[in-house]
Ligand binder design. Structure first.
Ligand code: FCB
Length: 450
């Protein structure tokens, strides 16, 4: 098996709303996730991110844990409403100061920061003006990016504009499971376009402002999509799902055009009033790398009874490993090599892979999460295999550092390397944290993947 590069990033990832808490502190404004989680019936058990894993206050302890366990990289997101409580206009210095301290603390511990600018917590004030349906949100996003870059780009080498536009659109605009809770495929195309336009405009600001050594990309949620059978209806349905999940993002970013076969889902992407002249050029502004999140493995069966999609998703056999989805970790290899094969050679970071397990602390104090270890080991092997075939993969950020609020599923499932006791906020390293430390040590010692 191929060795991973010597400077490979061994990291973990979090997102602001899922871990920070401190929802009303230091001038933070409200986001759509505050609204959504506080609306009865939207999240499991009515769970909210008000306190979460209290990472806002406990980040020094959490950074120490990362360092103790040998991690050399950390991906976290910045809360847009901490920086701009109204989404635009007045900057909240206390918000910037917080992330300034986080970055410095990481660097003091030899941990390289990777910053995500948008991990779903859109300021509510912008949602009130139409959110991602409104073209102006793209411009406001670029302005917000500029404020953050001006403060942190001198010390943060790796940047991401958006995290998983598919999930924002698929869960938040098409299926109504995530904030802001719309169920409208047809209009969702407009939100896709504005998110991508915001990405492109932010990349342009980045080029103007950030030092040459800093790099910018975007994280996509890539899925392996296969037809249930060779029947033409199943093959066509799988192609449509692949379009919704993967191609509608990869194509404009890496080829400069939207796929031509998705009108059934996103008719506004061929409306010149939405996709204006030169927009695709802005969206295609070159990125330095692609962030790949991998969880989803779809088997698609045509079913005319299902509205819009005309298809059902069948879970592949196996245990439920990722937020109620039977993910197959080996599929990470397919995603990484697909980019390389069908699009272009591009540096990639695996910005999330992870498994949810029903963890608990045993009387002996251990959290025995062997299924997570097995899952992550297959991910490391998949990366090494892709690298062996020429894919330029430079890092792995395990989802997640800590147990946290899993969006609409609340605190019902756990993804962390560290168990969080939400009554006391105590962190308990799981067996997977010790396993990861060992893997990192072996690779750093040049022994190749295990
Ligand atoms: C991804 C999200 C991340 C987390 C994991 C389980 O889709 O980016 O915030 O919820 O799923």
């Amino acid at each position: 098996m191929a060795a991973l590069p010597a400077d490979f990033r061994w990291g973990s990832a979090t997102a602001a709303y899922q871990v920070e808490g401190a929802a009303r502190e230091d001038g933070r404004g409200q986001s759509i996730w505050d609204t959504f989680s506080h609306t009865p019936g939207r999240t499991f058990n009515g769970d909210t991110g008000d306190v979460a894993a209290d990472h806002y206050h406990r980040y020094p302890e959490d950074v120490r844990l990362m360092a103790d366990f040998g991690l050399n990289a950390y991906r976290f997101s910045i809360s847009w409403p901490r920086i701009l409580p109204q989404g635009r206009g007045t900057v909240n210095q206390a918000g910037l100061d917080h992330y300034d301290r986080v970055v410095d603390t990481l660097l003091e511990h030899g941990i390289e920061p990777m910053v995500t600018l948008f991990h779903w917590d859109l300021p509510q004030a912008l949602e009130d003006e139409g959110g991602w349906f409104n073209r102006d949100t793209a411009h406001h996003f670029a302005d917000y990016a500029q404020v953050v870059l001006e403060r942190l780009a001198d010390r943060v080498p790796l940047w991401l504009t958006h995290n998983e536009p598919w999930t924002v659109i698929g869960q938040g605009y098409s299926r109504g499971l995530h904030a802001p809770g719309y169920r409208d495929y047809h209009k969702a195309g407009t939100a896709i376009h504005h998110m991508l336009l915001g990405h492109g405009e932010a990349v342009q600001r980045f080029r103007a402002l950030a030092p040459g050594s800093a790099q910018v990309g975007i994280t996509l949620s890539m899925a392996v999509v296969r037809p249930w059978s060779d029947a033409p209806a199943d093959v066509a349905a799988a192609r449509l799902l692949d379009g919704e999940q993967n191609r509608v993002y990869l194509d404009p970013l890496l080829r400069g055009s939207y796929p031509q076969d998705l009108d059934q889902l996103f008719p506004t992407l061929s409306d010149p009033a939405v996709v204006r002249e030169a927009d695709l050029e802005v969206i295609g502004t070159g990125i330095d790398f692609l962030g790949v999140n991998y969880y989803l493995n779809h088997i698609v069966k045509a079913d005319p009874a299902v509205p819009v999609l005309g298809a059902r998703l069948i879970d592949p056999p196996g245990p439920m490993m990722s937020a109620g989805i039977a993910a197959k970790p080996a599929g990470l290899y397919d995603c990484l090599t697909r980019v390389h094969r069908e699009y272009r050679e591009l540096p990639m970071y695996v910005t999330e892979v992870g498994a949810s397990v029903h963890d608990y602390v045993d009387p002996d104090g251990r959290v025995k999460d062997q299924p997570r270890i097995d899952y992550l080991r297959t991910c490391v092997e998949s990366i090494a295999r892709a690298v062996g075939e020429g894919a330029d993969v430079r890092g792995l950020y395990v989802w997640s550092l800590l147990d946290n609020l899993e969006w609409d599923l609340g605190y019902s499932i756990r993804f962390g390397l560290f168990y969080v006791d939400y009554r006391t906020q105590e962190r308990v390293p799981k067996d997977s944290a010790y396993w990861y430390r060992q893997v990192i040590a072996e690779h750093t010692a040049g022994e190749g993947p295990r």
